[in-house]
Design a protein around this ligand. Structure first.
Ligand code: ADP
Ligand code: MG
Length: 533
């Protein structure tokens, strides 16, 4: 069998056609509506109690922490009030064993210790000053509020939010599994461990990373246009957008819900990782199905399992191994060997992470997509150095690249579905200073843009017509051409077309979760902040 043909055959299994894009957008809009009306739907459409996006004039010093999925970040943010900020941060990888710890205390005390270390290193005056005051003051009331950092806690798992700094964990995702945390208020879990260390920190706001991204983008984005959508393509994927308050009918039914109604809007966290768990419209290859079976939450987060960084490497690994195990396909094979046993005919080392579940990191997809070297030297070096394959041929590397690209491209085309659905459902394309006609898909010859979303190429659209979208996450930031694949799919949706696609501005919300969390902590503590002025 010709290897190139086999690679193309597998790549074709990852096709996500223009028709499928269109159908999926329709279904996404239907699920959005359903989620706004009642609980227990595939799209959770969680009201966030945040009713306005910032405009860039906000000021103050705040702390933020971000429990993402892969890393824990601690930062302090000075908002300068002119759309700019300064940020100091530290970052640690979350130890695997803590993701599946016996008790939530193990995870949250680890997080509090990182906050303590950060304060000692970057805010030592503040930290020691606070400790001194605590020791010497016997006044009632303890210490004044301004000596305490307001902290925004970015927690990127599904929570049912019941107040600005209170939220109940609904379920874990992204490989986390700590049973006793489910059903608990995650802010209280963190505050308890912070208090145990006597840190001058108050958990003022609970922030989903998507909401943080939306807020941060809105604070920093060029021009006065507010941002419509904040989206994450990192370990997981999710998005939050600005919805009309009257459409959030399930909130009106809730008599206890307290929120500011003056803006007529509320940010809604879609939890789109769970879009179409029933697989009505999502593609489903054998590799997707097997991967899902081997997760702690089969049948759940089905959209995320086809789109995000945690999963793409594993999909590729399964596809590659399926070819390696086929004795007729000359992928990573030693031609001089006569046996039929995979492990003795293959050139993949027995200790290679490729043999293990989750052994292939999604960053490999970016490496091979970016590889323009002679004979795919970079890809082959990576296979050698990181994956125990010392004798990969050019054909081997080409085959892997073709399949990897198909998986990355499918992920990006799927990512266009919620973006298109939200742009259409919110009617943003109808508000235009000039009348626009929606074109049919432009097929070829799109303008090449640099890698990574960069606000580029939108000069011909008037500021009033821009639909601003903030994105964050290593996948969208580092996978070459991810945005262009998204745009290609957006143009295939007739109601958007080339004209609509041009109006959509996608920009990285750099340090989004930190700045966004600070902005929400600011909103939460507005009274105290005003008093300091
Ligand atoms: P988090 O989701 O914890 O906030 P990130 O946004 O950095 O963190 O996303 C981490 C995920 O991105 C991991 O699944 C990792 O495999 C993937 N990733 C890291 N680097 C790259 C890259 N260069 N290209 C594509 N994916 C990457
Ligand atoms: Mg993140």
């Amino acid at each position: 069998m010709a290897l190139a043909d086999e690679a193309r055959r597998v790549a074709a299994e990852f096709d996500f056609t223009p028709d499928e894009v269109r159908n999926s957008v329709k279904e996404f809009i239907r699920q959005m509506d359903e989620g706004l009306q009642k609980d227990g739907t595939e799209l959770s459409q969680i009201p966030t109690y945040v009713t306005a996006v910032p405009n860039g004039t906000e000021k103050g010093l705040y702390m933020a922490v971000d429990l993402g999925g892969t890393n824990f970040r601690v930062c302090s943010i000075q908002l300068h009030g002119n759309s700019t900020f300064s940020l100091t941060q530290s970052k640690v990888a979350i130890p695997r064993e803590l993701m599946v710890a016996k008790t939530s205390k193990e995870l949250f005390s680890f997080l509090a210790k990182q906050i303590e270390a950060f304060l000692k290193e970057h805010h030592s005056n503040h930290y020691h000053g606070h400790i001194r005051r605590r020791r010497t003051t016997s006044l009632e009331g303890g210490f004044k509020d301004e000596e305490i950092f307001s902290l925004g806690f970015t927690f990127s798992f599904p929570v049912r939010q019941i107040g600005i700094n209170k939220g109940i964990l609904m379920r874990w995702t992204k490989g986390f599994d700590i049973a006793d945390a489910v059903g608990q208020d995650v802010c209280a879990l963190l505050q308890n461990e912070i208090d145990a260390l006597h840190l001058p920190v108050r958990v003022a706001a609970l922030v989903n990373d998507t909401v943080g991204t939306l807020m941060a983008r809105s604070y920093t984005s060029p021009g006065k246009t507010g941002t419509l959508l904040g989206a994450i393509f990192g370990t997981g994927t999710n998005g939050a957008y600005v919805e009309k308050l009257d459409k959030v009918t399930k909130l009106k039914a809730d008599n206890e819900a307290v929120y500011d109604q003056s803006t007529g809007e509320m940010i809604v966290n879609t939890e789109w990782g769970s879009f179409d768990n029933g697989l009505k419209v999502l593609p489903n290859t054998p590799y997707d199905a097997e991967l899902d079976k081997n997760t702690p939450n089969p049948g759940i987060q089905m959209f995320e399992k086809r789109v995000s960084g945690m999963f793409l490497g594993e999909i590729l690994r399964r596809a590659v191994i399926s070819l390696v195990k086929n004795p007729d396909v000359p992928l990573f094979k030693d031609e001089n060997s006569a046996t039929n046993d995979v492990h003795s005919t293959t050139t993949i080392d027995a200790t290679s992470p490729l043999w293990k579940e989750w052994g292939l990191d999604t960053s490999f997809l970016s490496i091979t997509e970016a590889d323009a070297s002679q004979g795919l030297r970079v890809t082959r070096q990576t296979l050698d150095r990181d994956y125990g394959i010392s004798a990969a041929s050019v054909e081997d590397a080409e085959a892997v690249k073709v399949i990897a690209r198909a998986i990355g491209r499918r992920a990006a085309r799927l990512s266009a579905v919620p973006i298109a659905a939200i742009v259409l459902a919110t009617g943003k394309l109808n508000n235009s200073s000039a009348s626009t006609t929606s074109d049919h898909p432009a097929t070829a010859g799109s303008v090449p843009r640099g890698s990574g979303p960069s606000d580029a190429g939108k000069d011909d659209v008037s500021e009033d017509d821009v639909i601003d979208i903030g994105v964050d996450g290593s996948l969208v930031e580092f996978y070459p051409g991810f945005e262009e694949y998204i745009r290609e799919a957006l143009r295939e949706v007739p109601e958007i077309g080339a004209a609509g696609e041009k109006r959509i501005r996608i920009g990285i919300a750099k340090d989004g979760s930190g700045v966004g969390a600070a902005l929400i902590a600011l909103v939460a503590g507005k009274v105290a902040a005003d008093a300091e002025e």
